[in-house]
Design a protein around this ligand. Sequence first.
Ligand code: PGA
Length: 250
Amino acid sequence: MRSYYIAGNWKMHKTTGEAVALAQALVTELASCKERVMIAPPFTALAAVAEVVKGTNLRLGAQNMGSELQGAHTGEVSALMLRDLGVSAVILGHSERRHSYHEDDALINRKVLLALEQGLEPILCVGETLEEREAGSLESVVGTQVREGLKNVSAAQLPAITIAYEPVWAIGTGKTATPLDADAVHAYIRVVLESLYGAEAARSMCIQYGGSVKPDNVAELMAQPNIDGALVGGAALKVESFGPIANFRA
Ligand code: PGA
C-alpha cells in the first residue's frame, strides 16, 4: 500500500506548555495513524515535545537549522544540537525563509548537505510566487530550486530527502492549487529528478504538497498520482484539524 508523509509546520506559534499539550493530544489522536507523521514545533519547544513523542509513531522535526556545524554564529541552531534533542527531520528552504530572510539556493543547499551528513532527513521546500507563475516561469523557478537545492547530493543520499512543493501564493492564504495543477508541478519535479538521478529514483521520491491543506481538501490532493504527502501550516496548530488530515485514510 502507498504510504504518505504528513508533516506539521508549527511556525512561530506555541509556547512550550501549549506545544506539549498539542503534542500530547496528537499522540493520542494519531496512535493508529497509517501515515508517516512529523511535527515541527519551534526550537524552544523541541526538548519538551521530544519527551512527549519519544517511543510513539510521531517524528520530531525542526523548522530550520544553521548552515554550519558549530562556531561563532549568533542566533543559529546547529544540526548537532537538533540531533541531540532527538530531532530526525528538518524543513529547509521554506518560502518564508527564502523571502523574509533572503535565504538563497546556495545557502539552502549547504544546509541540505549538512543535514544529510549529520543524519537528519531534510524536507526541501520549493515553490513559485504568483508573479513568477503569471510570468510563465513556474518551471524554471521550481526546476532551479530543485537542481540547486540538491547540488552534490548523491544518489545514495536521495532517499533521505523529501521535496515539498509549496506554491507561495497558496501558503496561509486559503487558496489551494487545484489537485490537478499541483499534480502537474509534482510531475514536472519528477522530470527534473529523473534528469539528475534516473527514472527509478524519481519515481520513488516523496514529494509533499503544501499550501492551505485542510481536512476537507486533503483526500483529493493525496489521490493524485504524484502527491505523496502534505506539509501543513495553519491546520497543523490544532488537533481538530491536523488529526483528520493525518488520518485522512482512517
Ligand atoms: P499553510 O502553510 O498550510 O498555512 O498554508 C503551509 C506551509 O507554509 O508549510
